[in-house]
Design a protein around this ligand. Sequence first.
Ligand code: SF4
Length: 360
Amino acid sequence: MKNNNRISKKEGLRLLRKTDLLQLGRMADEMRKGLHPGDIVTFIVDRNINYTNVCINRCRFCAFWRDENDPEAYLLERGDLFKKIEETIQMGGTQILIQGGLHPKLDISYFLSLLKDIKNRFDINVHGFSPPEICYMADKSDLTVQETLHLLRDAGLDSMPGGGAEILSDRVREILSPRKIKSDKWLKVMEQAHKLGMKTTATMMFGSIEKAEDIIEHLDAVRNLQDKTGGFTAFIPWSFQPGNTELAKSLERRVKRDDLAHKIHPATAVEYLRILAFSRIYLDNIKNIQASWVTQGLKLAQVALRFGANDFGSTMLEENVIASTGISYRVSKEDIIKAIRDTGFNPAQRNTYYKILRYF
Ligand code: SF4
């Protein structure tokens, strides 16, 4: 699906900086229409299961992590995890998204037995473990990334979420999440997963300290890898939610000599729409762009459908990571169907691979 009229990095930078919001929206909407005739907007019924909040990375933009001995630290019991999967299936769910922090006591054997136990009990797509988790499992167990992915896939891992990308610019990563894997590692894990035949998504978290050039660097890296592998099913841009994070505390101390605080610029609704529309235009080889109602709310997600998005993401029967920042939009499947319909689109439930399961 590579476009012969593809825009270059230089043209992209100009477009992102100078183009009027509505013009960007119109361009993105045209592209969305071409890729998704019939005005269909999809969503998936699934649940986020965060197996642990213990994490050694301590990223400065994250409100979810806890130290191992923190009173709020947890590691889900297997029985509780199975119960969550049962509930998901009862509600018509087809996927679970399993993600967690980098827990120092868990190695590859924990994850292999977890996956086998899930697959022995349930018929559900396991979408799990972002590249930082994969690299940590590999390191802890003295395996290569490729060996780790092989083992996980054979134990039942079906596909992978694109978390941990934030901004694929090491200048930004060095400040936001210095302990996290760097951009080339994130891309390498995705490339190897794609080579094994696993589909993944790609994400981008903006609205912290990045510049327009960093956004271009991120989108260009994703577009180049997609040219090579074709393994990304969707792109999900979402904006940094400062609540309860170390970065937010920097914002509060802004009057002091805190350089970082002066660089943070949480995204407005207009900026969200600009980046969303621009992503649709730049990523000419990725078919699906998700609106993020979890971070933007249902109403802005409706507007996003005219700014390039063709998918409403997940019904999120459970969500913990964004909720820990104090942002919590609770919506039902019916709310999502109504929101899509009210915007003039035709709602449809899909599976992980964007195959339509049911029209409404
Ligand atoms: S973003 Fe992920 S890796 Fe970073 S602290 Fe939070 S849970 Fe850990």
